[in-house]
Write a protein that binds this ligand. Structure first.
Ligand SMILES: [Zn+2]
Length: 387
């Protein structure tokens, strides 16, 4: 073989080696499954496709867990991983799923609402593929996902996403953002099928309260807050005032804009009798002007660039050298959820949703998030779900 031929052959082999090496890591990430130990309150496990058959056999067919109390009452649905790069939502939902007991009414938990986004990555921004949380029995490993569903599951993207049914023009990428595709339709793009299935649960089961759990940048004005439309505003305000007075943290109320379509806090309220709430906790990792996107930063929220920006009053939340650790973010979510349920139950006693054994802010800050996760290797087999 002549010299140029040998060089070409070596380059082809090198190219294939890089392709396989990089591709395998992404393949393993997409198929990595997190064990979830169903807690004592879980009475039934289903999937979104049980309510929206168009999802059957797709990567978007997420598990749905029911925690039915002995006494009938109201119903609340908790939705997390709408954006799978905001772990505080997922971890709060899993912590509730693994521990909560329901005395009256029902809780419905969808911990990985955008199941496809939980299997998508963001290598261009240097995101880690996984993160680990220390627990009392070892490290618990989770996939780090992305904001949008994977193009492997929903493709191609349109030039512009035309929201259904409002026909508002949204960015092309929003067709894969499940917080722009509410209220969905049974035969739309995959993410519209996801929101449609959730709407079917809410309408069919007569769900009273829907809570969509997120994290938001510290430089984004809608952060550290409860987003609520008019119909949910009173309960959101009472919850915000109570956590501030009793637990000492801020989570103010932001009105849900009426002219911006596709969002859970807007469409759930407009297309069902359910009262929607969207919770945001500050996640410094998602801000743009920061240092490297390491797992440590994801978990502790400490960054020198944000610290300097905070001194220049560029952030929408107080920020100091202690960062904004995961325990605080998950703790806030658990306390705000408990408070919304309590306020709702007080206002509508015959539709009360009474839950217990969910830790509050101070306990989670003190004990860490991992303390509340159970060891799947020591749990009864039928209680362990992989996703
Ligand atoms: Zn979000």
């Amino acid at each position: 073989m002549k010299r140029p031929g040998i060089i070409k052959a070596v380059l082809v082999v090198l190219f294939l080696a890089f392709l396989v090496q990089g591709g395998l890591r992404l393949y393993r990430h997409r198929h990595f499954e997190v064990p979830v130990v169903a807690g004592p309150g879980v009475t039934r496990a289903a999937r979104l496709s049980d309510f929206g058959p168009g999802l059957k056999g797709t990567m978007a067919d997420a598990p749905v867990y029911f925690l039915d109390g002995k006494e009938p009452g109201g119903k609340a649905i908790l939705i997390a991983n709408t954006h799978a790069n905001e772990p505080e939502g997922l971890l709060a939902a899993l912590l509730i799923l693994e521990n909560a007991l329901v005395d009256k009414g029902s809780l419905i938990v969808i911990p990985q609402f955008n199941r496809s986004a939980g299997r998508n990555t963001r290598p261009g921004d240097g995101y880690p593929l996984y993160y680990e949380i220390p627990t009392d029995w070892g490290q618990k490993k989770f996939r780090m996902g992305n904001r949008d569903a994977s193009p492997l599951d929903q493709w191609p993207d349109p030039d512009v996403y035309i929201h259904y049914p409002d026909r508002q023009l949204l960015s092309y990428i929003d067709v894969r953002n499940v917080n722009r595709t509410w209220p969905g339709r049974p035969n739309g793009p995959l993410m519209e099928k996801v929101t449609f299935a959730a709407m079917e649960i809410m309408r069919g089961q007569k769900v009273d309260v829907a809570i969509d759990i997120h994290g938001a940048e510290t430089m984004f004005p809608v952060t550290n807050c409860i987003v609520a439309p008019d119909k949910s505003n009173r309960i959101a305000t009472m919850a915000a005032l109570t956590v501030k007075a009793k637990e000492g943290f801020d989570s103010h109320v932001e009105p849900s804009p009426t002219g911006f379509r596709g969002l859970s806090h807007r469409e759930i309220g407009d297309f069902s009798d359910t009262l929607p709430f969207l919770l945001e906790a500050p996640i410094p990792f998602l801000d743009q002007p920061t240092g490297p996107k390491t797992v440590k930063f994801l978990l502790d929220g400490k960054d020198p660039f944000l610290l300097s920006l905070s001194q220049k009053k560029k952030l929408f939340v107080p920020y100091d050298a202690s960062g904004w650790p995961l325990e605080k973010r998950v703790g806030q979510h658990c306390s705000v959820i408990l408070e919304i349920l309590r306020q709702y139950s007080k206002k509508y006693p015959d539709r009360a949703i009474l839950v217990r054994d969910i830790p509050r802010y101070a306990e989670i800050v003190q004990n860490g998030v991992g303390h509340y996760f159970h060891d799947p290797s020591r749990a009864e087999k039928e209680k362990v779900f992989l996703d």
